[in-house]
Write a protein that binds this ligand. Structure first.
Ligand code: NAG
Ligand code: NAG
Ligand code: ZN
Length: 304
């Protein structure tokens, strides 16, 4: 097959599989690495890419309406976990799906999938940075605008997607909300391996309780993997997701076809003409208080 034909098949498979379940035509190293994505995926060299370095003092405080989370507290009846060669992804195969509306969003968005980013060691792994600091990992929960049929259709529409992002930090205790999930990770070590769950922990268990999801930064950006579509409203919560060292290590034990999947974070991209907003609605704390907590926690655990 010629390179052109391979590319065509890849794109086609990607569309079918909601991005990269099968096709391994991008990676994080060498000629498959982020610096080369633009050659095959033009949008990856766009002007509104993600992730970014959020400069806390430059964010504009704005009072958005409250975020409204639906079905975040209920156990997920049927979940599907897959190692797609780039990350471990969880989809939900039962109804009703969790949804989100409010905040910076116009309309209601439905859960599509969630996945994680991590690094070779605890000093790297998050995609987003806060004042140039990186963290050991980041969780992304991807939603699509319900005006559209599905993730694929919304992925071509302006503001068609939103991603809820949580920075992962190291805690001395295991995060008990991840007991079942971690058990599932052991079954998806190899690329394309998958497993199903009945009654997986709720999205609130896998993130933070609702009361801890009101402070966030938001900006317009892109998917952080090819095709890097600039259709994403990012919502980056300031309250981090704690996990133990062992729990973060479990992600590093996954494999892609090319070997151990030790890291899967994209470097930060220029902000260019964009504005980052900080949601200060019902804020009882100064703007950067929680980010300061993040940084202090990170210092205590010596990850800088
Ligand atoms: C962690 O990994 C990064 C990326 O490979 C590397 O630059 C850094 O030196 C490593 N840090 C430690 C403490 O091993
Ligand atoms: C899930 O894994 C099984 C093998 O364990 C495989 O036959 C099946 O095709 C996989 N499903 C997906 C969607 O990758
Ligand atoms: Zn992601």
């Amino acid at each position: 097959m010629t390179a052109g034909a391979v590319f065509f098949v890849c794109v086609f498979v990607e569309i079918l599989q909601n991005y990269g379940t099968i096709c391994q035509d991008f990676g994080y190293d060498g000629t498959e690495g982020p610096n080369y994505w633009g050659a095959k995926y033009a949008q990856c060299v766009g002007k509104h890419q993600s992730p970014i370095d959020i400069e806390v003092t430059k964010a504009i405080t704005k009072h958005f309406p409250p975020l409204v989370f639906s079905h975040f507290d209920e156990p997920i009846q049927k979940a599907f976990l897959i190692n797609n060669g780039h990350t471990v992804q969880m989809k939900i195969n039962s109804d009703p799906k969790p949804t989100i509306k409010g905040g910076p969003l116009s309309g209601e968005f439905e859960f599509a999938q969630l996945h994680y980013h991590w690094g070779q060691n605890d000093t790297v792994g998050s995609e987003s940075q806060f004042d140039h600091h990186t963290y050991p990992g980041e969780m992304h929960i991807v939603f699509f605008d319900k005006r559209y049929k599905d993730f694929t259709e919304a992925g071509n529409k302006p503001s068609g997607l939103t991603v809820l992002a949580f920075i992962i930090i190291i805690d001395e205790h295991d995060n008990l909300g991840y007991d079942n999930f971690e058990d599932g990770l052991k079954d998806v070590i190899d690329e394309s391996a998958n497993r199903t769950f009945n009654n997986l922990d709720s999205l609130s268990d896998l993130t933070r309780p609702e009361g801890e999801r009101s402070f966030y930064y938001t900006y317009e950006g892109s998917l952080t993997t090819p095709p890097c579509s600039e259709v994403v409203t990012w919502i980056e919560f300031t309250n981090p997701l704690p996990m133990s060292r062992e729990q973060i290590n479990a992600f590093r034990k996954l494999f892609s076809k090319n070997g151990p999947l030790t890291h899967n974070y994209r470097p930060i991209q220029p902000l260019n003409d964009r504005i980052v907003y900080f949601n200060g609605a019902d804020s009882k704390l100064p703007m950067s208080h929680l980010t300061t907590v993040l940084i202090i926690v990170a210092c205590v655990y010596n990850i800088f």
